[in-house]
Write a protein that binds this ligand. Structure first.
Ligand code: SF4
Ligand code: SF4
Length: 337
């Protein structure tokens, strides 16, 4: 049931959550960005910029210990955190990114390390009059509990049992309050869809990728910022009689990404690697999962120092190879001169 939360109710709700979970809330930094950090108490900021870092890193961190081995042959697995986590302030992009990684890591064979962090986690979405410069954020419904900002009110709507339980005892809201804002669902940008179609129909020449790749400095920022990127490498480090096996994020834009021990590299040029980054999300993911591997959050565009994040690149691709860039075919009955 839809509830209405006054400021004191929101505080009560956060206290309820924090009593049994490690609650992370958006916190404004001195440079204006917002990060998800442990709740310091008080009212969180529920308006403004999107979260700077991808929230999927809470479940798939940059560096993660997988196991420890010692010389006696004992293997120790990491101890799960004593409390499950709760993430507050996730917009529809963030939730789409988490849903994408959930499907990747929790499809069989299930990834234990991801499950250890994701199990029993509470997701709190954010929508309504809370976007940058007062924009309305679309519904954020693939979560346990959605906070919705409408004129002069904060509403809360449960989407799963844990959300329902947390809202018990709060005042019911009139569902008509939801009609005061635009609740149209989010759609992927038309340029992204058009670019995906062109790639799926193999309409983009090699020369395009050569040009784009020449602008890539192989910093890996696009991959490290992306909530749907799931590639990682595994490393063993030995300290005395103890060895730690960890995994850490990898980037398909880096030269060593697929380089084999014998030196052969199936992705041996920046052109191949750049093309692969985009094909993976716009061609291979739809084939495997039935949907694009890009949720259009824009993080890679903000991270890329040379302006070739996926949305900018798709814009360029559609301008150059899209239907309107092709001279119209002569009409029947027209004479060419
Ligand atoms: S916009 Fe960039 S960072 Fe965001 S999901 Fe798409 S590829 Fe990843
Ligand atoms: S962020 Fe830009 S420059 Fe860096 S690896 Fe990605 S595409 Fe290349």
């Amino acid at each position: 049931m839809l509830k209405q939360l006054a400021e004191k109710d929101l505080l009560r709700l956060l206290e309820r959550i924090a009593a049994r979970r490690r609650l992370l809330t958006p916190q404004r930094q001195s440079d204006g960005s917002q990060l998800l950090l442990p709740w310091p108490g008080g009212l969180p900021e529920l308006a403004g910029t999107p979260l700077q870092r991808k929230p999927t890193e809470v479940f798939f961190p940059q560096l993660e210990l997988l196991m420890e081995l010692d010389n006696s042959g004992d293997v120790r697995l990491p101890v799960p955190a004593d409390k499950p986590v709760a993430l507050l302030g996730l917009d529809h992009f963030d939730l789409a990114g988490i849903a994408f990684l959930d499907r990747f890591f929790l499809s069989r064979p299930i990834d234990d390390a991801y499950l250890r962090r994701r199990h029993d986690a509470l997701l709190i979405g954010l929508s309504g009059l809370t976007g940058p410069q007062g924009a309305t954020l679309p519904p954020a419904e693939t979560c346990d509990l959605e906070l919705i900002i409408v004129p002069d009110k904060l509403l809360a709507r449960p989407h799963a049992k844990p959300g329902e339980a947390l809202l018990e005892g709060f005042t019911a809201a009139d569902p008509a309050a939801l009609r005061t804002i635009d609740r149209s669902p989010a759609e992927r940008p038309a340029t992204l869809l058009a670019a995906a179609r062109l790639l799926q129909e193999d309409q983009v020449p090699e020369a395009f990728w050569e040009e784009i790749a020449a602008r890539c400095i192989a910093c890996g920022g696009c991959n490290f910022a992306c909530p749907t990127c799931s590639c990682f490498g595994v490393q063993d480090r030995t300290f005395g009689n103890r060895t730690e096996r960890s995994r850490l994020w990898d980037s398909c834009q880096l030269d060593a990404f697929m380089r084999e021990a014998g030196g052969h590299n199936p992705l041996g040029t920046e052109t191949l690697r750049t093309r692969r980054r985009v094909y993976h999300k716009l061609v291979a993911d739809p084939l495997r999962w039935g949907e694009l591997g890009c949720v259009a959050c824009g993080r890679c565009d903000r991270a890329c120092p040379t302006g070739i994040g996926i949305l900018a690149l798709c814009e360029e691709l559609v301008q150059r190879y899209g239907p309107s860039s092709v001279p119209p075919a002569p009409q029947e009955g027209c004479k060419s001169t």
